[in-house]
Design a protein around this ligand. Structure first.
Ligand SMILES: NC(=O)c1ccc[n+]([C@@H]2O[C@H](COP(=O)([O-])OP(=O)(O)OC[C@H]3O[C@@H](n4cnc5c(N)ncnc54)[C@H](OP(=O)(O)O)[C@@H]3O)[C@@H](O)[C@H]2O)c1
Length: 228
């Protein structure tokens, strides 16, 4: 991914709310090639038709295509697993042998526990979704946690700058730096180095807190986190 030129980005499960919104945002704000992944290639291609329409309406000249998750991951420099935390392990397993030598795997996943009065954090047994991705990925593939606290709605509003931060965790400093650089190509997004994967649970647990704050406080919708 060095120098962020011609980066190929695969988003697994990009037919969903978050992955779809991230695909739109990446396509609108960067020159990189975005591949929308799905378990079903035809669902990926249908989603791409929709996204292309949205991007064309916004006047964005975007490079975006669709494929099955494994084909999307093949040859990608950055593979973002935009699936629920409880589907992360099986999803990473289906692409594991297609990850290239220089690929970086990114987890934006957060395990949530919905209760009557809000949301709690429910990480996988290994401690965090990012740690689970790292355990599941081949040993030579660096794993980075990022984008957790960006609401899909803000990502999809491609005509508005995000004006928030994203906390980036990872044990491989180079991979973490490359994903931070990529994140900062999104309009108004600042990437903050938040340490190793051991910190991922704290970073991921901001999301249920945000969702609970949104639920209980009028006028707060799609809020993000900003450190200042
Ligand atoms: N929504 C947000 O605002 C937001 C914000 C920050 C982070 N996140 C994180 O982003 C991730 C995705 O969130 P989301 O709201 O986009 O989720 P989602 O819409 O429920 O699911 C995303 C995609 O996962 C795939 N999927 C469904 N069942 C699956 C299975 N059994 N195995 C593998 N893949 C399956 C589907 O794609 P196909 O059917 O096409 O394969 C689906 O479109 C979550 O981990 C979430 O914590 C979300």
């Amino acid at each position: 991914v060095s120098h962020l030129r011609d980066v190929q980005i695969a988003i697994l499960g990009a037919t969903g709310d978050f992955g779809g919104a991230l695909a739109l945002r990446l396509a609108a704000d960067t020159d990189h090639e975005t591949v929308v992944g799905s378990r079903d290639p035809s669902r990926a291609r249908d989603a791409v038709e929709d996204y292309r329409e949205t991007l064309a309406d916004a006047g964005a000249d975007a490079s975006i295509s669709g494929a099955g998750n494994a084909d999307a991951a093949d040859g990608a420099d950055v593979v973002i697993a935009a699936v629920q935390a409880y589907h992360l392990e099986s999803t990473v397993e289906t692409v594991a042998d297609r990850l290239g030598d220089d690929a970086i795997l990114v987890s934006p996943a957060v395990g949530l526990d919905a209760h009557e009065d809000g949301f709690g954090y429910r990480p996988p047994d290994v401690g965090s979704a990012t740690a689970l991705a790292a355990e599941t990925a081949p040993d030579d593939v660096p794993v980075v946690g990022a984008f957790h606290s960006i609401a899909a709605g803000s990502l999809a509003a491609i005509d508005e700058p995000l004006e928030i931060d994203t906390l980036v965790v990872g044990d491989d400093a180079d991979a973490r730096g490359q994903i931070a650089d990529l994140a900062e190509e999104l309009s108004g997004l600042r990437a903050l180095h938040a340490g190793p994967i051991a910190n991922a649970a704290v970073v991921e647990s901001l999301t249920p807190l945000q969702l609970t704050v949104m639920r209980h406080n009028d006028g707060l919708h799609d809020v993000g986190v900003k450190f200042q």
